[in-house]
Design a protein around this ligand. Structure first.
Ligand code: GDP
Length: 385
């Protein structure tokens, strides 16, 4: 019996040691995966010579598990560039593309003798920069008079030219975006222009400016004819956490615009930006379409701003587009894109004169934050280098 009893103790002893050893191993395993205090959850790499420990397969238990809600991984949001650094950076870029015009004019005005040939050269330089015939003649007239009457009292040629160019660009126009709705409603911005002018890009860039300014923004992808435009807008939105209301390809642009503004009102967004299609082949069709978009939006909330996007590199073509769109909708502000790729900044003056509305924003590159508020004095300084 004693012998049997000894064996029994021995077996129990081995079993206890075994259980302790397994418990120890488990505890060791757990402490390995414990995150370092205050750090992220990382599993320590195996020590040298140690085989990596594979996680045991999950064992199904009998108990019914509660439904697991998987939080979708939040996409990493970009932080749009703030206004101050954007302005410094973009002024330099404007200066690079436009200073040829200013330098050319200054060189001519600084000649010892301002004869007829020189004035003609000045006129040609202004016309080449797309300023337009009437504004060119006006500017030359004013410069001639001032140089003749005031002579040296007018200041340096640079001072005179700066003053007259600023006057021409008109610093008195109100260039703020109308993005505040009445009675707590969202501001509604309709963005129009021909395809390729940079509409969708501009909507994306404006949404970043507004996000940087802590405003809540909703986008409406009412350019439903081009799936690529809708996708492009969705990507712009995702990058800064701005939702995009979209419909199936080919759906009615007005219904998408309506839904976007409806949601903007219901969910108290600060601003709703609506991208539209810009097929110019058929003016009557475009007129119907944009008219309808505006009408249905205004069943929800008034449109506070209609921005016409124009490509600065298209010269006279841009002016024709400006005329057509201004007949269709009440344009309240102009966005001139691609000024980085054109030395013809004079179009700012021409298009403002033509439509009687201010250039409010200028596009200066393909980068996400390459859009700047238009400031006449900074623009003229960039021209003059
Ligand atoms: P939409 O058809 O009017 O919506 O035009 P998109 O927004 O698709 O733009 C057409 C092209 O112009 C794209 O390749 C844009 O990157 C480019 N673009 C837009 N704005 C600017 C700008 O200010 N500068 C430059 N260099 N390219 C721009």
């Amino acid at each position: 019996m004693d012998f049997l009893g000894d064996w029994l103790y021995l077996i129990i002893g081995i079993a206890v040691v075994g259980v302790l050893a397994v418990a120890g191993l488990l505890a060791g395993g757990r402490s390995r995966s414990k995150p370092p205090s205050g750090g992220t959850d990382v599993i320590a790499p195996p020590r040298e010579g140690e085989a990596p420990v594979e996680a045991p397969p999950e064992v199904a238990t009998e108990e019914p598990s509660a439904p697991v809600e998987v939080e979708p991984a939040a996409p990493t949001l970009e932080k749009p560039e703030g206004t101050a650094s954007r302005l410094v950076r973009l002024r330099q870029r404007l200066s690079r593309s436009q200073s040829g015009l200013g330098k050319g004019l200054l060189a001519l005005l600084s000649r010892d003798r301002l004869d007829e040939d020189t004035w003609e050269d000045i006129e040609d330089t202004l016309l080449t920069a797309d300023i337009g015939v009437a504004p060119t003649q006006e500017l030359v007239e004013r410069l001639r008079t001032r140089m003749r009457v005031e002579g040296n009292d007018a200041g340096t040629p640079r001072d005179v030219l700066r003053e007259e160019l600023v006057n021409l660009v008109d610093p008195t126009m109100d260039r703020r975006l109308a993005i505040t709705g009445a009675d707590g409603q969202p501001g509604v911005v309709l963005v129009v222009g021909v395809n390729g002018a940079g509409k969708t890009t501009t909507v994306g860039k404006i949404s970043r400016i507004l996000v940087a300014d802590d405003r809540s923004v909703l986008l409406g992808a009412a350019d439903t004819f081009r799936a690529a435009a809708v996708e492009q807008l969705a990507t712009w939105g995702e990058r800064v956490g701005v939702p995009v209301v979209r419909g199936p390809e080919g759906s009615d642009p007005a219904s998408v615009a309506f839904e976007a503004v409806k949601r903007g009102v219901e969910e108290n967004y600060d601003v709703v930006l609506v991208d539209t299609a810009g097929r110019l082949q058929n003016k009557a069709g475009l007129m119907d379409e944009l008219g309808k978009v505006k009408r249905v939006i205004e069943k929800q909330a008034p449109v506070t701003e209609v921005l016409l996007v124009l490509d600065a590199t298209t010269g006279q073509n841009g002016m024709i587009q400006a005329r057509v769109f201004s007949e269709i909708v009440d344009v309240s502000g102009i966005v001139l894109t691609k000024l980085d790729g054109s030395a013809k900044g004079g179009i700012v003056v021409a298009v403002q004169r033509e439509l009687g509305v201010p250039v409010k924003l200028v596009g200066l590159g393909e980068g996400a934050d390459d859009l700047a508020p238009f400031d006449p004095e900074a623009f003229v300084d960039a021209l003059l280098g």
